[in-house]
Ligand binder design. Structure first.
Ligand SMILES: Cc1cc2nc3c(=O)[nH]c(=O)nc-3n(C[C@H](O)[C@H](O)[C@H](O)COP(=O)(O)O)c2cc1C
Length: 267
């Protein structure tokens, strides 16, 4: 199978068999992912924490909003933005630490996320299933505590990993015409925006409305369309997302990642 054919088979997997994924398999995939991932300055500013232990996994399940995929997966991988190791090396080498700021955070965060996605592709190529856990961003402080992360090791994203116990249908994507711009960005008018989202609206809303339980959820939230449902209290409500954003920013200020030369204005 070509690599491009493999990409077409991607599905997020949320149900897993009980079969374990042994650590040597993870090591092989991770080594391949490191090899296949570019890294800013080649700092390799990431670390990965594996969680198998049932008690710790239960704690992470709670922190990831009790998602079923976390409970079912034999293994969780938390990809972390890590300048802790690099900074210690700088200190040992008598070099200044110029990345103790928001730019440094983004550099490490991007490194970690590129590694996570390359790892995900490698895992899928070997027949494993993955589900990203964006809930990582809503509980970074608590996840950092659960995994004993030092101050400048920041949870970037987590993956639930295991052997798939489901074969879900492919989910929609926006049409290429809606995302590709030649030379300069072309803004759409309202009709253009509606056209770009028409298929998502149809398929996404059908997906929720098609299942009886979800249909009643839609009714309960008074949602008339997919966009309203997405922003309802059952999905990405303002309370949930603002709380998550606040806690993320507060945690960032507690780390050594935010020495941006404006300390007096930092909260
Ligand atoms: C950064 C990121 C965070 C995500 N977080 C979650 C999550 O917390 N729970 C979940 O079930 N799926 C999560 N997903 C998976 C998306 O829901 C999924 O990729 C999307 O619906 C498209 O489906 P597909 O991956 O099967 O094509 C996340 C994906 C990404 C890239």
């Amino acid at each position: 199978m070509s690599f491009i054919e493999q990409l077409a088979l991607h599905r997020s997997i949320r149900h897993f068999t009980d079969e374990d994924v042994p650590t040597p398999v993870i090591e092989r995939l991770l080594a391949a992912a490191m090899r296949g991932s570019p890294s800013s300055g080649n700092f390799n500013a990431y670390s990965v924490v594996l969680t198998r232990d049932s008690e710790r996994k239960r704690r992470l399940w709670e922190l990831h909003r009790r998602q079923g995929a976390v409970a079912e997966a034999p293994l969780l991988l938390t990809f972390c933005a890590d300048f802790h190791r690099f900074r210690r090396w700088l200190r040992l080498s008598g070099a200044p630490d110029n990345f103790d700021n928001f730019l440094g955070f983004l550099v490490a965060e991007i490194d970690a996320i590129i590694l996570a996605q390359t790892f995900a592709l490698a895992a899928e190529a070997e027949g494993l299933g993955i589900c990203y856990l964006g809930t990582t961003l809503e509980a970074t402080r608590e996840i950092a505590e659960a995994l004993s992360l030092p101050k400048t090791v920041f949870p970037a994203i987590a993956l639930a990993l295991g052997h798939p116990a489901e074969a879900p249908a492919a989910r929609d994507r926006l049409p290429l015409s809606g995302i590709l711009h030649e030379e300069r960005y072309v803004e759409q008018d309202d009709a253009g925006i509606a056209a770009i989202y028409a298929e998502k609206e149809r398929r996404g809303f059908e997906r929720y409305a098609g299942e009886a339980s979800r249909a009643s959820l839609l009714q309960a939230t008074g949602s008339a369309n997919l966009a309203q449902f997405y922003m309802s209290e059952l999905k990405y409500s303002p309370e949930r997302i603002r709380l998550g954003a606040r806690s993320l920013l507060d945690h960032l200020y507690e780390t050594d990642f935010m020495n941006n030369g404006d300390e007096e204005t930092n909260p």
